[in-house]
Design a protein around this ligand. Structure first.
Ligand code: PPS
Length: 285
């Protein structure tokens, strides 16, 4: 992996709309406010699902907002130029998305009371989702094959670096009261409870019919049909015509793609890198 990336502090970033200057400015000068809510993930962990869900919680289940404003404007990405400029101008409590590793995150966050939700997903499924997505993206170097991407993934030579480092870094915040860890898997297995957990963390209350509407409008099918959330606006421009953000939306798809040898290598690496963290943080099988 050599070409289409921008490097900052030893981490590869997508080439589109990222620059070391902006990343430095974001880290040093972006002012996180106490009333902001930050949605943090390693790419392909279900970020957009979480954004859609939180937006629907904010609008009490009314889908008007999620159906009328692109998802990247509702909760802009702090680390790219477009999102950073938008956020600087936004008044009031902001929703802010980010894939940044902890060591390059805006420093002001760590002295603020802003709430952060860190969404994790089985890295094997993150790997598969990323493989298909990056191959359809025009702004990163495309892996030639699943085997090549496997090498990138286990070495952390890919957009936003190593999943293991990212996760370890942010997990160090897990005892802070303004930090909630959520998993893609618990959203898949029991979305109602996941939404209730998010509401409790954010201090939001929903009536039963509002909660039902959040569930309905954040479903895979509803999001796939919502042009403001499914990235179809980027087709041809930044994504190939065959590119989909909402590909399968399931847990355990890695079993359809890993060889036995790859599964063993991955298990060993996971053990090496994550063994000292409480294993209940990782709810997948
Ligand atoms: S990105 O590009 O990093 O912001 O992608 P991200 O949104 O983090 O992850 C994309 C994967 O999330 C799945 N997804 C969903 N799954 C279930 N339900 C809903 N509503 C939903 N919305 C997005 C999406 O399908 C990608 O996973 P894969 O495995 O590729 O299908």
């Amino acid at each position: 992996m050599t070409g289409k990336f921008v490097w900052f502090e030893g981490i590869p970033f997508p080439s589109l709309d990222y620059s070391p200057e902006i990343l430095r400015e974001v880290q040093e000068s972006f002012l996180v406010k106490d009333e902001d809510v930050l949605l943090l993930t390693f790419p392909k962990s279900g970020t957009n699902w979480l954004i859609e869900t939180v937006c629907l919680i904010y609008s009490k289940g009314d889908p008007k907002w999620v159906q009328s404003e692109p998802i990247w404007d509702r909760s802009p990405w702090v680390e790219n130029k477009y999102g950073y400029e938008l956020l600087k101008e936004k008044e009031g409590p902001r929703l802010i998305s980010s894939h940044l590793p902890i060591q390059v995150f805006p420093k002001s966050f760590f002295n603020s009371k802003a709430k952060m939700i860190y969404l994790i997903r089985n890295p094997r499924d993150v790997f598969v989702s990323g493989y298909f997505f990056w191959r359809s993206a025009k702004f990163v170097e495309k892996p030639e094959s699943l085997e090549e991407y496997f090498e990138w993934f286990i070495r952390g030579n890919m957009p936003f670096g190593s999943w293991f480092d990212h996760t370890r870094g942010w997990m160090s915040m897990r005892d802070k009261e303004n930090f909630l860890i959520l998993s893609y898997e618990e959203m898949k297995w029991d979305m109602r409870s996941a939404v209730e957990k998010i509401c409790q963390f954010l201090g939001k209350k929903l009536e039963p019919e509002e909660l039902d509407s959040v569930l309905r409008n954040s479903s895979f099918q509803a999001m796939k049909e919502n042009n403001m959330s499914n990235y179809s606006l980027l087709k041809g421009l930044h994504l190939e015509e065959n590119g989909h953000l909402l590909r399968k939306g399931v847990t355990g798809d890695w079993k359809n793609h890993f060889t036995v040898a790859q599964a063993e290598i991955f298990d060993k690496l996971f053990q090496e890198k994550m063994a000292d963290l409480p294993q209940e943080l990782f709810p997948w099988e």
